[in-house]
Design a protein around this ligand. Structure first.
Ligand code: GLU
Length: 214
């Protein structure tokens, strides 16, 4: 099993995310990545160890205080850089990390290809982020409404952390069949997200384990 970490606060997100991923290494993985956001989305991802990812991160992460991170255990597509998470949508506005399996991704992918979407890798996850964009564009929804509506068409298991550069102070998280917890601080100055308590327990005073998405 692999992992997710997310952070919104006022500290540098990339450091917290990479440290969190290191604490999830025990779960096993084949690739690792982070995305941070302010005006634009920056994505760093590498096959192999979190230390490879760490070496690829440059100075552009400075001052970015919101981000999502992932260790991947490939189920659909080889452990390559293209298939590593986070995955941006075609319009580069939404970015997402996913643990789990989207069972009906082939059906959704053919609908998206018919609508003109382009795919760079083989994962079920790349289909999901583009399906959220498709639904957002079609119905003109904010990110949480788009995620919720898109997931009504999705069969499978997921833990998700999602950013939308149109709403850069927000992170959408949800799960079904894969674990996800939110960590809260007494001072309310930050929110942490993770697959389990280990990467975030030292930063937080309470944890909320999410229930399955209906
Ligand atoms: N099914 C996704 C993939 O192959 C997510 C795998 C995971 O849970 O890490 O990229």
């Amino acid at each position: 099993m692999c992992g997710i970490v997310g952070y919104i606060g006022n500290r540098q997100a990339s450091s917290i995310l990479v440290e969190g991923l290191k604490k999830l290494e025990y779960r096993g993985y084949d690739s690792a990545g982070i995305a941070v956001l302010d005006k634009d989305i920056l994505v760093y991802k590498q096959p192999g160890k979190v230390s490879n990812l760490e070496q690829s991160i440059d100075e552009h992460v400075a001052g970015k205080t919101i981000g999502i991170a992932h260790t991947r255990w490939a189920t659909h597509g080889e452990p390559t850089q293209e298939n590593a998470h986070p995955h941006p949508s075609n319009n580069q506005e939404i970015v997402l990390v996913h643990n789990g399996i989207i069972e009906n991704y082939k059906f959704l992918k053919s609908e998206l290809i018919d609508a003109g979407f382009v795919f760079h890798g083989q994962t079920d996850t790349e289909v999901l982020v583009n399906y959220i964009q498709f639904i957002q564009d079609k119905y003109q929804l904010n990110i949480e409404a788009a995620v919720s509506k898109a997931l009504q068409q999705v069969n499978g298991a997921y833990a998700l952390a999602i950013l939308d550069k149109k709403e850069p102070h927000k992170m959408v998280v949800t799960r079904k069949g894969s674990p996800l917890a939110i960590g809260l601080t007494d001072s309310n100055d930050a929110f942490y997200v993770a697959s389990d308590a280990i990467p975030i327990i030292e930063h937080t005073q309470s944890l909320v384990y999410l229930n399955d998405h209906e």
